[in-house]
Design a protein around this ligand. Sequence first.
Ligand SMILES: *Cc1c(COP(=O)(O)O)cnc(C)c1O
Length: 357
Amino acid sequence: MSRYLSSRFAGIEPYTPGEQPQDMQYVKLNTNENPYPPAPGVIRLINEAQTSRLNLYSDPTVGPLIQELARFYKLRPGQIFAGNGSDEVLAFAFLAFCDRERKVCFPEISYGFYKVFARLFNLDDARAIPLKADFSIDPEDYVNCGRNVVIANPNAPTGLSLSAQQIERIVKTNPGHVVIVDEAYVDFGGESCLELIGKYDNLLIVRTFSKSRSLAGARLGFAMGAESLIEDLNRMKFSFNPYNINRLTMLAGVEAVKDRTYFEDCLSKIVKTREESALRLKEMGFEVLPSKANFLFARHPALKGEAYYRALKQRGVLVRHFAQPESIADFVRITIGTPEQMEVLLQKTREILHQEG
Ligand SMILES: *Cc1c(COP(=O)(O)O)cnc(C)c1O
């Protein structure tokens, strides 16, 4: 740390991304990426002709992508905002909507970035609300709570989800505050609250291309909500980084949205693999939370989470382990890979249980 850093930021503990090892080839099931490549149209389009145009600035309105998303989700273009990953969308939303009273709340166990943004944006009254004993979110905790709300639905790293009706109650009873619903994983079987957008001007849905659309490396996310909220997000963006979506990423996004068949095929493969993997893990004695996401959150009575994570890593399989908070330290989060990758995971797990369990 230099002596020039603002004291305001000195205490921030930055977000710790999952390991992205560049050395050896792992069976990589640790950061919820899609195991399938981007849609074929993406791969065809990012060619020499497009790359040679990188000397020109990208479209600050992200027009073609917004149009394509509007068509896909049956919204008006003015109801959609695009960001450099949904992390950036979330940052703009925190910046725009949470500063007014600096009161925000989110589940204590959820996407780690919410806590980091709360610190970064100086939200001195950020409340982390505990989960229930079964690791689910109690929607009643957020009903009428009189502050901004951020909820991942399905939640991470649990994979558990709320119904659209439960979300609606939270949105409806907090009319003075924006409710941000992070639907990063909703395509894998959760219930979206997209239908509510026309009805409430305080609902902002955040989505990403990183998981269900196989574009984690392209960095693309978006938000959907009332036109007034989208205007505010654009105000943030045009005051910070107007060309936030690069040319190649925008084209990749357009092609990914166009190919509905490929998208749905990938999703159904992953959901099928998820259900099969959950069953196999349970047969081995694991407790597996009922997931609506592209990962499983699981623990075994005879195996500490940390030990299981390490033993898998030694055998070339990467999963995610969270040492904190203690209530989830016995779990590991396993991204759903291809059936072949899951076969390796299950095989290595069996081996570990024999040796260490
Ligand atoms: C992965 C993830 C994100 C971030 O996605 P990017 O678009 O890659 O920035 C946001 N929220 C949740 C809950 C996630 O799991």
